[in-house]
Design a protein around this ligand. Structure first.
Ligand code: 3BY
Ligand code: FES
Ligand code: FE
Length: 411
């Protein structure tokens, strides 16, 4: 049986409320199909516009087999380009990030404008047409300080995501922040295991002593049931919405993205050991309220986020292999905040550095056990792992829909 039919059959016969079969977490052909069906076809969070504030700023990233460069061109537009020279294919930008008036290929110095158009190519034939050899562009959209790209020829509609998240993000002005710290960790596990772990807090009490000082363990905060039966959350929403901060739980009909503002434990203000702010200067000059909790935002398959009053933490997930995933975390602060004056880097980053490392170990142990021939899909806790079930359901439906067009009814 070919891999598509095999995956379709397995997803259609999947046992609801159970983890996936082993092959989805370890098999190279399943991984390749994930890349082709999801990663190479949908919108992916790639970075922030504050990382390239000026014309000529750029950063590079690898998405599966595709090297990508994100630039800000001379008109101020953010561009996403394939980082593969139109001469003989060399990578044009070799640094992680940089600044340059033009993009010059290191091999034979073909020189491109920041929007990808080819400016010079030495000693080419008479009839060589520069205009036919620009760096290839990919779809690129920005919303609320987030840059998304899509590698497909035809991108899915970005408008529903923009419409849902923009109101939540506007006042936080993430476009006017700066990255105070960035960490990239590699987790030895399939990208879906990283997400499954993220979508529940069933593991939090036993694994995240630092995070649990401020982040509520209750599934009503992490899961997808919203404020049902949780008066503390309902009250938090009422308070924040009255102050003009959109907060209520909203999720797209397919379950691919969600936004909700959740209170922290005992009105903590930030993810620090004491719960006090880590940054003296508010993240946004438009949000001076205190005790607004954390704005949770996810968009499958690349990002989950926490936006607080004093800083924001953003996460980018990229698959590196069937059993290898890269997680990049960025701590955003007000662009005028000064390290050592307004914040201490160790205090700002401590809780999530520890939490990320704890989650990495969890994912790696999970992957280890799944590699066992004795592994079989196990049941999720309906009370605590509703978010995981929702992720797996999204994954299964998305794959099924794209692989054969026949939608599995949403339960
Ligand atoms: O980043 C998060 O939001 C998730 C939710 C619960 C635990 N975890 C670290
Ligand atoms: Fe880029 Fe030759 S491969 S200039
Ligand atoms: Fe965790």
């Amino acid at each position: 049986m070919d891999i598509r039919s095999d995956v379709l059959r397995k997803l259609k016969n999947r046992r609801d409320g159970y983890s996936l079969e082993q092959a989805f977490y370890i098999d190279p052909d399943h991984y390749k199909l994930d890349l082709e069906t999801i990663w190479y076809r949908d919108w992916l969070f790639i970075g922030h516009d504050c990382e390239i504030p000026k014309a000529g700023n750029y950063f590079t990233v690898q998405v599966g087999d595709y090297p990508v460069v994100i630039t800000r061109d001379r008109s101020g537009t953010v561009r996403a380009l394939h980082n593969s020279c139109r001469h003989r294919g060399s990578r044009v930008c070799t640094q992680h990030k940089g600044s340059s008036a033009k993009l010059v290929c290191p091999y034979h110095q073909w020189t491109y404008e920041l929007d990808g158009s080819l400016l010079f190519a030495r000693h080419m034939a008479e009839d060589f047409d520069r205009t036919q050899h620009s760096l290839k562009r990919m779809h690129c959209e920005t919303v609320g300080g987030y840059i998304f790209v899509c590698l497909a020829d035809e991108a899915p509609d970005f408008a529903p995501f923009r419409a849902l998240v923009e109101p939540y993000l506007t006042r936080h002005r993430l476009g006017e922040t700066k990255v105070a710290f960035e960490s990239t960790i590699i987790e030895k596990g399939n990208w879906k295991l990283v997400w499954e772990n993220n979508r529940e807090c069933y593991h939090c009490a036993a694994n995240h002593p630092e995070l649990c000082r401020t982040y509520p363990e209750a599934p009503s905060a992490t899961g997808v049931q919203g404020a049902k039966d949780d008066p503390v959350i309902a009250e938090h929403w009422a308070k924040c919405e009255a102050a003009g901060l959109p907060s209520e739980f909203r999720m797209s009909p397919t379950g691919q993205f969600r936004a909700a503002r959740m209170p922290l434990i005992q009105d903590a203000e930030s993810y620090t050991m004491s719960g006090a702010r880590a940054v003296a200067r508010p993240l946004s000059s438009d949000v001076l309220e205190s005790r607004i909790g954390t704005l949770l935002l996810f968009h499958y398959p690349t990002t989950w986020n926490h936006v607080l009053a004093d800083h924001a933490i953003t996460f980018r997930v990229l698959p590196l292999g069937p059993e290898l995933t890269q997680v990049t975390t960025k701590w955003l602060v007000n662009k005028d905040a000064v390290e050592g004056v307004d914040y201490r880097l160790d205090e700002l980053t401590h809780v999530w550095t520890e939490t990320n490392d704890q989650d990495r170990r969890i994912v790696e142990e999970n992957a280890f056990g799944i590699r066992s021939p004795a592994y079989q899909p196990g049941p999720y806790s309906p009370e605590d792992e509703g978010g995981v079930m929702q992720f797996v359901e999204w994954y299964a439906n998305f794959m099924i829909e794209r692989l054969d067009g026949a939608k599995r009814p949403l339960s």
